[in-house]
Design a protein around this ligand. Structure first.
Ligand code: AMP
Length: 405
């Protein structure tokens, strides 16, 4: 069975075609800058060289058309017939409290998804455009929607509610949702496999540290709490997002600086100009921050330390909430690659039974691996995330269970 995974952003379409017999990628790529003069299409198939072309790509439909044509190309394509694709899996950022699991696309589901636009205006309409484009190009192939928020739907109400008047929850669905659910789900399943125990017997903290970062507390495979909230803005310090701040700061800035009377500017300040970039004034990229730290840049050092401190705080809080943990997982761009960030996060966490082996931590590798010492009570692991594969698995499962009915 082949599954096509599509991740449609406001100006991009990413895709991966999987052969599910062995769960291997057979073709993948992305169309960037849709609707802009600098649009390009970059793709690769297994055992072939990467290709990149600058092209006029005016819409998501055009982008999907291009991808399908390429997959079907007689000489370089990966499939001979479009019907080889059993199902298309779509990454959807926000499922609100309507979607607690992946669903097969129907007209009713489309309607419900549209009702979630206002809750994630930057992401959900773009995801929806992707659905329409795939529907137009592949009308006979079923689609499954996989939500970034779904894995977190097991949180208890006292963890997901905000202490603002209850009516805003009832009227506007304002509550914690959490994001990166597909990634936290994937790495927790891999952690159980690596630890040789069922998820139902494990307590885990998963740290997805990338451009956006979130920490999740998982008890017996169920999310108990997660650091992102109603939006992906709160939680730990991120590349350009501020993470947790005193909400009254927003009110203060809004009243003091006229340019922030426009909510969009304030949103940009918190989402695009804060975090590592805002503190260092230099970059949102951890690699640049670490280099600058080494040459004595004080603001870069502060940004680095703030990030590590904020992650450490969440790990410690979730350790308490879970009453101890079996495993701590690092994943995503920073979690998988930045030894110095992992080292500072785990420093002086002996009281929690977290001890990492500095030599193991410093090894560069793409493999799943332990970085804790032999004596460490908590097993600390690096597990490369694979959100696309998780979406492909979910889509296959959803299709098979719908066929059974
Ligand atoms: P992601 O959002 O998961 O793609 O992560 C992107 C972030 O990971 C980048 O902005 C970098 O800060 C970080 N990153 C990627 N590669 C490395 C690396 N080799 N060392 C340190 N940080 C890295």
């Amino acid at each position: 069975m082949k599954v096509l995974v599509v991740n449609c952003g406001s100006s991009s379409v990413k895709y991966t075609l999987f052969e599910m017999e062995n769960e291997k990628k057979i073709a993948w790529g992305l169309v960037e800058c849709v609707g802009l003069p600098e649009a390009y299409y970059k793709r690769q198939a297994i055992n072939a060289k990467e290709k990149k072309d600058s092209l006029k790509i005016t819409s998501h439909i055009k982008a999907v058309e291009l991808i399908i044509e390429d997959l079907l190309d007689k000489e370089t394509g990966s499939i001979a017939n479009i019907n080889e694709i059993a199902v298309v899996g779509h990454r959807i950022v926000h499922g609100s409290d309507k979607f607690s699991e992946s669903v097969l696309l129907t007209e009713e589901v489309k309607k419900e998804l549209k009702e979630c636009f206002s809750i994630a205006p930057l992401h959900n309409p773009a995801n929806y455009d992707g659905i329409l484009a795939v529907e137009k190009m592949l009308p006979k192939i079923p689609s499954v929607l996989v939500f970034d928020t779904a894995f977190h739907q097991t949180m208890p109400d006292y963890a997901y509610m905000y202490a603002i008047p209850y009516e805003y929850y009832e009227k506007d669905h304002i509550r914690r949702y959490g994001f990166h659910g597909t990634s936290h789900n994937y790495v927790s399943q891999r952690a159980a496999s690596i630890l040789g125990k069922p998820l139902s017997e494990l307590k885990l903290i998963t740290a997805h540290l990338g451009n956006g970062s979130s920490i999740t507390a998982i008890d017996k495979g169920k999310v108990i709490d997660t650091s992102m909230g109603f939006t992906p803005l709160p939680g730990v310090v991120m590349g350009t997002r501020c993470g947790d701040i005193d909400p009254a700061i927003i009110y203060y800035i809004l009243n003091k600086y006229p340019q922030y009377k426009d909510g969009d500017n304030l949103n940009t300040l918190m989402n695009k100009k804060s975090g590592l970039l805002g503190i260092s004034g230099l970059s949102a990229d951890v690699r640049t921050i670490v280099k600058a730290t080494e040459t004595g840049n004080k603001k870069a050092k502060l940004a680095f330390e703030m990030l590590c401190y904020s992650v450490k705080k969440y790990i410690s809080a979730y350790y308490g909430i879970l009453n101890g943990i079996d495993g701590l997982v690092f994943t995503a761009g920073i979690g998988e690659n930045s030894a110095s960030i992992r080292e500072l996060i785990c420093k002086n966490l002996h009281a929690l039974g977290i001890e990492i082996d500095i030599n193991k931590n410093n090894i560069t590798s793409n493999e799943e691996r332990f970085i804790s010492t032999q004596e460490s009570k908590v097993k600390v692991m690096i597990i490369p995330t694979n959100e696309e594969l998780m979406i492909a698995r979910e889509s296959k499962l959803c299709l098979l269970s719908a066929e059974k009915v």
